[in-house]
Design a protein around this ligand. Sequence first.
Ligand SMILES: O=C(O)CCC(=O)C(=O)O
Ligand SMILES: [Fe+2]
Length: 292
Amino acid sequence: MSYLDLDDHKAYQKWVGYKQSRYELRSDSGFSLLNAVEPDGTIPEQSLTNLKTQVSDYNFSLYKMLGPAEDHLAVVKKVGSQMGLQQLDKNLCAREDRITRLSVVENGRPNHYIPYSNKAIGWHTDGYYNPMQQRVQAMVLHCEQPAAAGGENQLLDHEMAYIHLRNENPDFIRALSQPAVMCIPENIENGELLRAQTCSAVFMEEQGHALNMRYSRRKHNIIWSDDVLTQEALDCLDGFLESDSPYHVRYRLNQGEGVMCNNVLHTRTAFTDSAEHKRVYYRARYYNRIEC
Ligand SMILES: O=C(O)CCC(=O)C(=O)O
Ligand SMILES: [Fe+2]
């Protein structure tokens, strides 16, 4: 039996109680929001324990490098692998090693994708358009350099969104667990098929014990089931995402800081670059989860 089983109220209530007790720890004075990483990307033992415990509790955790990195890309790779992340996603715009450098690109191919602009990005989980067999289950987002202004992220444990919806109406979970509730049309550029249409559920159970979420608040280019329940579930989810719940975390990454997560919901605000402060982030997406 699982807490994700809609008929198992006992397991569900126990899990909700557990999650809440873990969230209470975040306001303790000893709570470590930023966990140390060495400048070469090595994670000290105590830090690794903290990071893993936090990912197990909240599905995300933050780190901070103890000194300037020579090579941020190498750090991201190393940090990911110490968290047990190996299966990197291939992405249309990723460099050869499959980790994407995100910065404003004035000219060039990725120009029309929002991540490569200075625009805000709404609530989403990464790779919501990937084929099901290439589901993104974890990611690392790392700041090499913050913008001159703006570019803050919000993070929200997708399990808290699930709990909010299920408490409102368990049928919302049923609707959003339909295997084709969300369809992303194919991506064709200059007559070339870059990605076939993909349809999937929003909520799915992974390996019998973990929750994965595929979602984007973008209205453009997503076809949702048009039944009433799905629409109501989406309204309820939108309302929660736009609220200021105790589970929403707002944070602007400084140089050498990053987030590692089991693909939680996140956003970024718009930003302004200057000549000395051009925002550079790295984004690594993985097909496996951070297991603790
Ligand atoms: O630039 C950021 O802060 C986040 C980017 C992001 O969420 C994405 O590219 O999926
Ligand atoms: Fe993202």
